[in-house]
Design a protein around this ligand. Structure first.
Ligand code: SF4
Ligand code: SF4
Length: 441
């Protein structure tokens, strides 16, 4: 694609980066076929190619974002299916991240939208605040029907719908410390405790620590870790995202300096995509660029790390039929497609892949709150495809997808690590119904 940026504009390294990306796009439109919003809405401006044109126009003319571009960029899930499809290697992720930061700086959103976004950014990345908000949400649940009727309050209704009926207790295993591996030492890793996942399902990381230590891997929960920054990053709040990135880079660098690390283990693929991008996000910060690149290189999804170990034979071979849902951040963001399915199959599960596996489930960070109607359409489409597999369990590696799919599916949605842990001698995962175990034991 031809571009016409002035040399003054290109002096801004963010613009220069976006110009490089724009020039790679050859307008072929292959990406439109796999874009969930284009597939759902049928509007070119809600396709990757359409959004690329809008972003180019906004940046080239150096003008503030307007209502039209905000509408279409807000509808983008950042699922990155377009990046998997694109034959020209267009880095849509970095382009849309730049556009979102530009929107945040230059566009005055309506008051309620601003308040909703500010509230999400204030609450979600902080486990204590999020826990308190979920308790409060119980009081609001009776008013969901009323809020749904008022367009400006739809995000509030969506939030209340997603809030779980009960909140698990905080896990002591998530406190900073070292969990020693059993037997001969096979490795040393840090684990990201994260934010929303640690409140909604602390058992995911507990199970990860339990399985890794049984396999002989020492697991460090470093002091000073926090949210990876993805939630605010996708809202265009660049400074907040970079502050989270720096905090984590500092925490993990201290751990590396105190005994080395083979990997930084991440159990939510949405966080993994962002942490693997820290090297890029902090490239312009001389104090952090090198450390951030080192952290990104060490970041591994738990399935990626397990696949690199020499695993023993499973203790039990469940034989249960599992539909594997590959989160967008797993398959498109991190290009991890093979390992989770192979690990499940090796552990004795019968793995089925739903049709249209490339399409997002509609969770996408805060998307299911801010764009609840499109999100619900994508969720229902995803659930129909999952149920058509005949599986009795859904396995996936991202808490956002678990919450989203579980809100409509008739079967339990379980994190992949819990199923693997069960096969390798751990307890039956909570939520697995007895009838799905008949074939197992
Ligand atoms: S990130 Fe997803 S929703 Fe956004 S343009 Fe690409 S394919 Fe479409
Ligand atoms: S597939 Fe790639 S090159 Fe083709 S229009 Fe989409 S982004 Fe541009």
């Amino acid at each position: 694609m031809q571009t016409n940026f002035s040399s003054a504009q290109l002096a801004d390294p963010h613009v220069a980066e976006s110009e490089k990306i724009l020039r790679k796009c050859v307008h072929c439109g292959f990406c439109t076929a796999t874009c969930p919003t284009y597939v759902t809405l049928g509007n070119e401006l809600d396709s990757p190619r359409g959004r690329i044109y809008l972003i180019k126009d906004m940046l080239e003319n150096g003008r503030p974002a307007d209502k039209e571009i905000v509408t279409h960029i807000d509808r983008c899930l950042s699922c990155l299916a377009c990046m998997t499809t694109c034959p020209s290697g267009v880095n849509y992720m970095h382009l849309v991240d730049h556009a979102r930061a530009h929107i945040q700086e230059t566009y005055d959103r309506p008051l309620l939208d601003r308040l909703t976004r500010a509230m999400l950014a204030f609450v979600l990345p902080y486990p204590r605040r999020f826990r308190a908000a979920l308790r409060l949400a119980k009081l609001g649940k009776p008013f969901i029907g009323l809020f749904e009727k008022l367009p400006a309050l739809k995000p509030l209704a969506a939030m209340l719908k997603l809030a779980p009926a009960s909140i698990p207790a905080a896990s002591p295993m998530a406190s900073p410390g070292v969990h020693a591996g059993q037997g001969a030492k096979k490795g040393r890793v840090a684990i990201l405790t994260g934010c929303a996942q640690s409140v909604l399902d602390p058992a995911i990381n507990d199970t990860t620590i339990s399985l890794l230590t049984r396999l002989g891997v020492e697991v460090v929960v470093p002091p000073g870790e926090g949210c990876c920054g993805a939630l605010v990053h996708h809202m265009g709040r660049e400074e907040a995202a970079l502050a989270s990135a720096r905090q984590n880079v500092d925490a993990w660098t201290r751990t590396i300096d105190q005994g080395g690390l083979d990997a930084i283990i991440i159990t939510a693929s949405g966080c993994g995509t962002t942490i693997k991008d820290y090297g890029f996000m902090l490239r312009l910060d001389p104090a952090y660029a090198e450390k951030a690149a080192r952290v990104s290189a060490l970041a591994k999804d738990i399935t990626e790390y397990l696949a690199s170990l020499d695993l023993p034979e499973p203790v039990r071979k469940p034989g249960t039929i599992v539909a594997y849902h590959s989160a967008c951040s797993m398959q498109h963001g991190q290009k991890i497609t093979r390992q989770p399915k192979e690990l499940l199959a090796k552990a004795g599960f019968i793995v089925r892949e739903p049709r249209e596996g490339h399409l997002c489930c509609g969770s996408a960070g805060t998307y299911n709150i801010l764009q609840s109607e499109i999100s619900a359409k994508l969720r229902d489409r995803k659930v129909r495809n999952i149920e058509a597999t005949g599986a009795s369990i859904v396995a996936t590696g991202n808490i956002g997808c678990i919450t989203q799919i579980a809100s409509a599916a008739s079967m339990p949605v379980i994190h992949t690590i819990k199923l693997l842990d069960w096969a390798y001698g751990g307890p039956k995962p909570e939520g697995v119904r007895d009838e799905s175990l008949i074939a197992a034991e």
